[in-house]
Design a protein around this ligand. Structure first.
Ligand code: GLA
Length: 384
C-alpha cells in the first residue's frame, strides 16, 4: 500500500474534528487478471488487490450522525443515520452512507461516525476506487461498533451499498478482492459459493511484470450499458433454463436463437473456462507466460461477443501485443478504463512508450501507465 493517503487522512481528521481518530483503516482497489462480467452470472473471477487504495480515519461520534470529509472533496457531509436511505444521498458520500444503510438494514446497531477518507486509486479508471472506499468504511464501522462481521459479510454489505444506495448494479468481485487480497496472491473467487482460494502469483521471479495502461477514456455510458449486459445475461440464462450462465455449457448455447444473446452468453461461458485454465496453469507452477494467450483471447471475447471495449482500449491491447507483450486485455467493467499487459520486466517501459506513441498517432489523449503486483488486502493500519 502507499502510505500517503493514510497520513493525509489522519492529518485532515485532526484538523477537521479537533482530535486524533480512534483508528485508521485501509482498503485497496483491484485489478482483475481474468474473469470479466462473470461475477453477476454466479461465475469465477481472478482479481488481486492493488497498492492504490483508500484510507479511512474514524472516531465514534457523540450522536447517531455520520460526519464525513474526503481529502479529494471540499465539503463536509453531515447525515443523521436515521435519514440514510436509497435516494436520499448522492455523489461520493453515497458510498459511505450506503455502508451505514446496509449495516442498519441487517439489524446492526451503529454509533455515529466522524470520518475522513483519502485515496489514490485513479477515479473512473475501472480500478474499483468505489469498492475501496466502501470497504475501508465498512471495516472501520465493523471494528468501532464491535460488529464482528467476516470479510465476506463485509463485502456483501459494501456491495449492497453500491447496488442499492449508489445505484450501480455491480457484482461482488471488487469488494471481495479488496477485502480478501493477499500479498503475492490472486483471489480466485467462486461468486456463487463466495469461496476464496489464494493462488500464488509471482511474476518477478519469472522476470515478468504486469503493466497497467489507463486509457483515460471517459466512460459516460457505463451504468446503462452495464445494466443492459446484466439483463441480456439473465435473459439468456432464462431461455436456456439454467439458474445462471455459470450453469450453461458451450454446446447448450446453440439453443439460443437470438444472435445477440448467444454472443453475450458465449463470452460468459468461455470466460469462466479461461479463468479455470489460468488457475490450473498457475496451480501447476507453469511459467506465467503461458497464461498470456488466455488474456488476449479474453480481450477478443469482450470486444467481439460482449462488446464492452472502445477503440482506445483496443489500440492499447494491439499495440502492447505488437510490442512484445505475452498477453493483454481490458480489465474491469469496460467502455474505457484500463488495459493490463503481461510483459517481460525490461519491456514494460518500452511497451508503455509504444502505447503512448500509438495514442498520439491516433489523436487520443495520453494514457497513464504503471506496473503493479498483487498486494495485501484491506485491514486496520494502526494495529489496534
Ligand atoms: C465492475 C463491477 C464488477 C464486475 C466487473 C466486470 O468492476 O463492479 O462487479 O462485474 O465490472 O467484471
Amino acid at each position: 500500500m502507499s502510505a500517503a493517503p493514510a497520513r493525509r487522512a489522519a492529518a485532515l481528521f485532526t484538523e477537521t474534528f479537533g482530535s486524533r481518530p480512534d483508528g485508521l483503516w485501509w482498503a485497496p482497489g483491484r485489478v482483475n487478471l481474468i474473469g470479466e462480467h462473470t461475477d453477476y452470472n454466479d461465475g469465477f473471477v481472478l482479481p488481486f488487490a492493488l497498492g492504490h487504495g483508500v484510507a479511512a480515519a474514524a472516531r465514534v461520534g457523540t450522536e447517531p450522525v455520520l460526519r464525513v470529509r474526503s481529502g479529494q472533496q471540499a465539503e463536509i457531509v453531515e447525515l443523521p443515520l436515521a435519514d440514510v436511505a436509497p435516494g436520499t444521498v448522492s455523489g461520493w458520500s453515497a458510498y459511505v452512507a450506503g455502508v451505514a444503510w446496509a449495516l442498519l438494514q441487517d439489524g446492526h446497531r451503529l454509533p455515529g461516525l466522524d470520518l475522513v477518507v483519502d485515496g489514490d486509486v485513479p477515479l473512473g479508471a475501472g480500478l474499483s476506487s468505489s469498492a475501496a472506499l466502501e470497504c475501508a468504511v465498512a471495516l472501520a464501522w465493523n471494528d468501532l461498533a464491535g460488529l464482528g462481521l467476516s470479510r465476506t459479510a463485509l463485502a456483501g454489505i459494501a456491495r449492497r451499498a453500491e447496488n442499492e444506495v449508489v445505484g450501480a448494479p455491480t457484482g461482488v468481485m471488487d469488494q471481495m478482492a479488496s477485502l480478501h487480497g493477499r500479498e503475492g496472491n490472486l483471489v480466485f473467487l467462486d461468486t456463487r459459493s463466495l469461496g476464496v482460494e489464494h493462488i500464488p502469483f509471482d511474476l518477478a521471479s519469472a522476470g515478468l511484470a504486469l503493466l497497467v495502461v489507463d486509457s483515460r477514456t471517459p466512460h459516460a455510458l457505463v451504468s446503462g450499458e452495464y445494466a443492459e449486459r446484466r439483463r441480456s445475461c439473465r435473459l439468456a440464462a432464462e431461455r436456456l433454463g439454467v439458474p445462471a450462465l455459470r450453469d450453461a455449457a458451450l454446446d447448450d448455447l446453440a439453443r439460443l436463437d437470438d444472435d445477440l444473446l448467444l454472443r453475450r452468453a458465449r463470452h460468459v461461458v468461455t470466460e469462466d473456462a479461461r479463468v479455470a485454465e489460468v488457475v490450473a496453469a498457475l496451480r501447476a507452477g507453469a511459467d506465467p507466460r503461458a497464461i498470456g494467450p488466455l488474456l488476449t483471447t479474453s480481450h477478443a471475447s469482450m470486444r467481439d461477443d460482449f462488446e464492452i471495449t472502445v477503440p482506445p482500449v483496443d489500440l492499447a491491447v494491439t499495440t502492447a501485443l505488437d510490442a512484445g507483450a505475452h498477453g493483454a486485455r481490458m480489465t474491469g467493467g469496460g467502455f474505457g478504463g484500463c488495459v493490463i499487459a503481461l510483459v517481460d520486466r525490461d519491456d514494460a517501459e518500452p511497451i508503455a512508450r509504444r502505447v503512448e506513441a500509438a495514442y498520439a498517432g491516433a489523436g487520443h489523449g495520453p494514457p497513464a501507465a504503471f506496473t503493479t503486483r498483487a498486494h495485501e488486502g484491506a485491514g486496520r493500519l494502526d494495529g489496534a
